[in-house]
Design a protein around this ligand. Structure first.
Ligand code: ATP
Length: 225
């Protein structure tokens, strides 16, 4: 068995919806280990983003236990969460959340500074592999959707996180561009031994991952890829 990166045990989470309570995760158990790459699928509104947000510490669980790197994250204070996000976590969300006044290089440099990491040869390698070398001085708002997506990936992997959470990373791209981005993402994550948990609606994208979790009606089932 590999090293445990994420472990959920009997985790439940729900939201109040007017006077009704909506149970999104119902006593979920799951394990994500070193080198795992996982596609998270399920119908719209089933709770995929909620699960990613819980693992990133952006939402909190109602009950159960969340372990990150074999530590009980339910006990973590803000400082511990920031350290985890800085050091171990990369995120690519549907909205890329790039800093529009800055160019490509400065977007990546800014994120590295936040993570207290220097610019390294790995970052130059990322930029080159992602086809961003020619546009690195260009403001991100002047880039195409596909290029912005690749900047978001470069930024998320620049500090070589141990875990990447990606929410529909190719959601805004056409099939060909989406395929290319998936290929690059998995190759680069593999080079830096980053585990991936990726939400996707696309079977083609899910094929790039080694495992598949399907979330529906509060429960997760693992299915063959
Ligand atoms: N902060 C919140 N307050 C209240 N309800 C919420 C909150 N966040 C999510 N929900 C509800 O929880 C359910 C799960 O939402 P979530 O965004 O996790 O689903 P999803 O599977 O990611 O959906 P999609 O595939 O459409 O992006 C939805 O019914 C949503 O309305």
């Amino acid at each position: 068995m590999g090293k445990s990166i994420v472990a959920l045990s009997a985790v439940s989470k729900g939201f109040n919806d007017g006077d009704k309570y909506h149970q999104v995760l119902d006593k979920i158990d799951l394990q994500l280990e070193d080198a795992d790459t996982i596609a998270l699928t399920g119908p719209s509104g089933c709770g995929k983003s909620t699960l990613l947000n819980i693992i990133g510490g952006f939402e909190f669980i109602d009950s159960g236990k969340l372990n990150l790197f074999d530590e009980d994250a339910s006990q973590w204070q803000d400082k511990h969460w920031s350290q985890f996000r800085r050091r171990d976590l990369g995120v690519v969300f549907q909205q890329f959340n790039l800093l529009t006044p800055l160019n490509v290089q400065d977007n990546i440099a800014f994120s590295l500074r936040l993570n207290q990491r220097p610019w390294s040869p790995w970052v130059d390698h990322l930029i080159k592999q992602l086809g961003l070398n020619e546009v690195k001085k260009r403001h991100v708002e002047a880039l195409s959707g596909g290029q912005q997506q690749r900047v978001a990936i470069a930024r998320a992997l620049a500090h070589q996180p141990r875990l990447l959470l990606a929410d529909e990373p190719t959601g805004n791209l056409d099939e060909k561009a989406g395929f290319e981005v998936m290929q690059l993402l998995t190759e680069l994550a593999n080079e830096s031994s980053t585990s991936i948990l990726m939400v996707t609606h696309s079977n083609d994208c899910a094929q790039f991952m080694k495992r598949r979790w399907h979330l529906e009606q509060g429960k997760i089932n693992e299915s063959p890829v």
